[in-house]
Design a protein around this ligand. Structure first.
Ligand SMILES: [Zn+2]
Length: 275
């Protein structure tokens, strides 16, 4: 006789044998949801449920009677299912964690690279700034005299800084602004070969300049240079003239020079200024 019982928990129907119904007071464990119930109480009318033979086979496979062996099997499965589940779960969790940590790891690498890149940019910027400062300082050093021409107010500061670096700020030397004019050459009446020169040194610049050197060249009839001499400020300026203070802006200084021409026949001369 075919008995069919219905799991009250999951409504799955199972085929049970009489033998199974007689064991454990008819109590069985649902193979589907593991619910233990009284199979006798839950027996259903086969005709009512329209269970056919092929269904029986399938249902039987899903059924587990509550006996020691089955109990052991169930508990065995349970014991292993949970660890399996937990293993799978932990595997998933681990994978997720791994992915997460990998993501973190790559993120960290990216961040490190980014930070390195940023640091590198900073170093380059600092280096560029230092180079710029050095270039500016060097320019100031070389152009310090000229800077004082155009920015006279900076002179005290530059002088102060310059003292620390054992340099000095000399007066401007713009030779193009210095001209020599009203030159005149006369032979000394009493001393043969002695020639006197008189001239005017003019600073056309709007600032004080260093006194230039005066170069005097005596020429012969063919205008070839015969004798050349360079006079320093100390030589052509009057005694007690403050050479260090420089040639004032727009100043016109009378200059007198004397030169012995020796035996050279002098026809003419050239006079120029230089630093
Ligand atoms: Zn069930």
């Amino acid at each position: 006789m075919t008995n069919v019982t219905n799991c009250p928990n999951c409504q799955t129907q199972f085929v049970v044998t009489d033998e199974q119904l007689n064991q454990h007071n008819g109590k069985v464990r649902c193979g589907h949801c593991l619910h233990v119930f009284d199979a006798t109480k839950e027996l259903v009318d086969v005709n009512e449920t329209e269970v056919n033979a092929s269904d029986d086979t399938d249902l039987a496979n899903d059924f587990a009677s509550v006996n020691d062996e089955n109990e052991a099997q169930v508990s065995h499965i349970e014991d292993h299912e949970n660890p399996q589940v937990s293993d799978e779960a932990s595997e998933i969790v681990n994978k997720a964690l791994l992915k997460h940590s990998q993501a973190n790891y790559f993120e960290t690498i990216d961040q490190k690279a980014e930070r390195k890149g940023r640091l590198y940019k900073w170093l380059i910027s600092i280096f560029a700034i230092l180079l710029l400062i050095a270039a500016v300082a060097q320019s100031i050093y070389f152009w310090r005299s000229d800077i004082t021409i155009y920015y006279p107010k900076l002179k005290p500061l530059l002088t102060q800084v310059c003292e620390k670096f054992s340099c000095s700020i000399s007066l401007p030397k713009k030779i193009e602004f210095i001209i020599i004019d009203d030159s005149d050459m006369q032979e000394d009446a009493e001393h043969e070969g002695l020639i006197h020169f008189s001239s005017t040194l003019i600073n056309q610049a709007g600032f004080i300049q260093t006194y230039p050197n005066i170069e005097l060249t005596l020429t012969d009839i063919e205008d070839k240079p015969k004798l050349r001499r360079i006079f320093t400020p100390a030589e052509y300026l009057l005694e007690h003239t403050d050479v260090v203070s420089g040639l004032p802006a727009g100043a016109e200084i009378k200059v007198k020079l004397a030169l012995t021409a020796q035996d050279e026949p002098v026809a003419g001369y050239r006079i120029s200024v230089s630093y």
